[in-house]
Design a protein around this ligand. Structure first.
Ligand code: ATP
Length: 336
């Protein structure tokens, strides 16, 4: 469990103070994949680096499993960092060490016997799918393979928490997907908590359980991804969702629908309700005819959700709208 209590961070510069984080409170429960999203300069890296003491708060406290990070001395901080792995956008591998040598590094620092290091490295290579690459050097690897080495190295000392600093930003979409799957599997199989920062809502949708949205150093929205992604409240969150999604509430869409008669609704089905035959039942009960304008079924982590944009003709539109809400379907009126 990580708790930020009235955390504020200012950087002193020649030109004056830069406020990277305005006072904020945030609790990150153990065992989750927790995402922090924001534009460049929003304060994401600062927030992440406060967790392992790479930055110190200007005021407020950061508690990691109840321990105040700022109160730790050198030995205490080293102990904390052994329990927190970190991976980076540009991998930060040692170019003169092989794949196995990179992964062994933190174990050598911890002075483990050679036989135990070898066994642990073998196990980690298998977990990240790089057994065949063990004797290669970073320059001989693809971006995705480099990040897998970074992940294996971060896991070497069996940390309870993994911090990911834009871990997939330098990767193509397909490689991103496979690295995110690996992280998701690690969270599931090892029960390891993951805190990641990103500027892409799609990363949040694929693997996070919960999310915090930062905007110019302020925490503007936080909650489960199913809630924040499907029903964003703050304009910044809406913008991120619209980028990941094709936006159906914008002006262009309203113009595109100008030839279509009837009330236009966007229906969001989440979890079990995604696969229930709600549409047919509402049509029968209310005499409504539906024209489907667009639709899809996707996943937020493992939870399926469906979004359907429909035009309603004939029958009782108000009753249909109420029947959807009764069936647990979220209804958004795109045009009355
Ligand atoms: N060491 C520093 N000295 C002065 N200002 C800093 C320092 N580190 C960060 N800042 C400033 O603090 C603000 C937040 O920076 P931070 O790196 O936390 O944002 P970010 O959301 O991670 O951005 P990015 O996605 O570009 O990495 C920015 O205005 C940045 O310029």
């Amino acid at each position: 469990m990580i708790e930020f209590q009235q955390i504020e961070k200012r950087y002193r510069t020649a030109a004056g103070d830069v406020v990277a984080l305005h006072p904020l409170d945030l609790a990150i429960p153990a065992g989750q994949v927790f995402g922090i999203i924001g534009q460049s300069g929003a304060g994401k890296s600062t927030l992440l680096r406060l967790i392992n003491g790479l930055e110190r708060p200007s005021s407020g406290r950061v508690l990691v499993d109840g321990t105040d990070v700022a109160a730790l001395d050198g030995a205490g901080l080293r102990g904390l960092r052994q329990r927190i792995g970190m991976i980076f956008q540009h991998f930060n591998l040692f170019s003169a060490r092989t794949v196995a040598g990179n992964i062994a590094f933190p174990l050598e620092l911890a002075a483990l016997p050679a036989a135990r290091i070898r066994a642990r490295v073998d196990e980690l290579l298998e977990r990240v799918g790089l057994t065949a690459q063990r004797d290669k050097y970073p320059a001989q690897l693809s971006g995705g393979q480099k990040q897998r080495v970074g992940i294996a190295r971060a896991l070497a000392t069996e940390p309870g928490l993994l911090l990911c600093d834009e871990a997939t930003s330098a990767l193509d979409p397909q490689t991103t997907a496979s690295v995110l799957d690996l992280l998701s599997g690690i969270n599931r199989d090892l029960g390891l908590s993951i805190v990641l920062i990103t500027h892409e809502m799609d990363v949040i949708r694929r693997i996070c359980d919960a999310v915090a949205v930062l905007d110019q150093g302020r925490l503007v929205e936080t909650g489960p991804v199913t809630e924040v992604f499907l029903h964003p409240r703050h304009p910044t969150t809406r913008r991120f969702v619209a980028e990941a999604d094709h936006d159906e509430t914008g002006e262009a869409t309203r113009v595109r629908y100008s030839d279509i008669r009837g009330r236009i609704l966007r229906l969001t089905f989440l979890g079990e309700s995604t696969f229930r035959p709600v549409l047919g039942r509402v049509a029968r009960d209310t005499g409504i005819d539906f024209t489907i304008l667009s639709g899809r079924i996707e996943h937020i982590r493992e939870t399926p959700y469906g979004q359907l944009t429909v035009a309603l003709q004939g029958g009782n539109a108000d009753a249909a709208q109420a029947a959807f809400a009764d069936a647990g379907v979220h209804v958004e009126e795109i045009r009355a």
